[in-house]
Design a protein around this ligand. Structure first.
Ligand SMILES: [Zn+2]
Length: 124
């Protein structure tokens, strides 16, 4: 019996297109939660266990998402395809669950997330 998919906690509903619409004929889709593992593990230098805690999933889930993301990014680079980050199955972290946690985008005033304010307005 398939278990219902659990929402992965991410710090930002990242959405962007990386590429050139005329140069890149094909686009590789990466979900927000796949991209989040790259941010946490490769950019924030967290261990998989730490990333799993932030995302509220098992370490094996983080590893699977991370492996998927790396294959997709490698494919995009080698095969010269654009990257589109967006979509997936996630929720945005809140103050209480990520407060002062290493790797959370919302600490230290690091508001790289451009649509952060919109998110707040929509959910409140
Ligand atoms: Zn966070």
């Amino acid at each position: 019996m398939p278990r219902p998919q659990k929402l992965k906690t991410v710090c930002c509903a990242t959405e962007f297109y990386y590429g050139h619409p005329r140069k890149h004929k094909e686009t590789i889709q990466i979900t927000v939660e796949q991209f989040e593992t790259i941010r946490l593990i490769d950019y924030e230098n967290l261990k998989q266990e730490e990333a799993a805690q932030l995302m509220s999933v098992a370490r094996t889930t983080v590893q699977a998402l991370y492996d998927q993301a790396r294959v997709l990014i490698a494919t995009a680079i080698i095969e010269e395809k654009a990257i589109q980050v967006g979509g997936g199955h996630y929720k945005i972290c809140d103050e209480s669950s990520h407060k002062n946690k290493k790797g959370c985008m919302k600490q230290y005033g690091r508001h790289h997330c451009h649509d952060d304010e919109d998110e707040k307005e929509e959910t409140v």
